[in-house]
Design a protein around this ligand. Sequence first.
Ligand SMILES: [Zn+2]
Length: 190
Amino acid sequence: MKDETLPETHPIPKEFYSFETGTHFTKCLECKCDLMNGKPYLIEKAFKNHIEYQVKDTVFDYALCMNCAERLKSEMSKKSMETLMKFFSERIDFGEQISRMHLSPLSNIQSCMITGKNAEDCHEYQIYAYCVNDTISNDMPPYMVSGEVMEEILPLLSKQTKDDLNGFFNKHFAPDPSLMEPIGPKFVLI
Ligand SMILES: [Zn+2]
């Protein structure tokens, strides 16, 4: 019988590997700490999908230790945080979230968590995973958010939050400008 007390874990799929190294992320983007230390961390990757050519580009990707992720979130204005929480609580199907805990990481990032749109049909999308060492734990299943949803979220955030997010983005990334068109980085920590 399966032990129901332990969350399912899966090896991190290649989709969540670092574009730069082609393998697991091993260091936190912010504090450079070693991520293979048994503590949870977050991976985010943003893709631009050239549907007509069936080619996708990595716009940016990174891993953050939970200390840094929590700190960055705590720096977000209270109002922006509440707005994000409200947005997700209204738009997420919580029943579906529970069933996602039993899917593979690849199934979970196949379609937008909010709209259900398939990744292959999205011009832009971002994927997120909570990991420990080289595994993904399904107590917080990985998810995908389509560019359309990012476009809905960004105008809801305060100017201060948007400035902070852009500051963080510009500090760490210098992506190909053509990947940023037409409206710049859709960078949201969620
Ligand atoms: Zn860190």
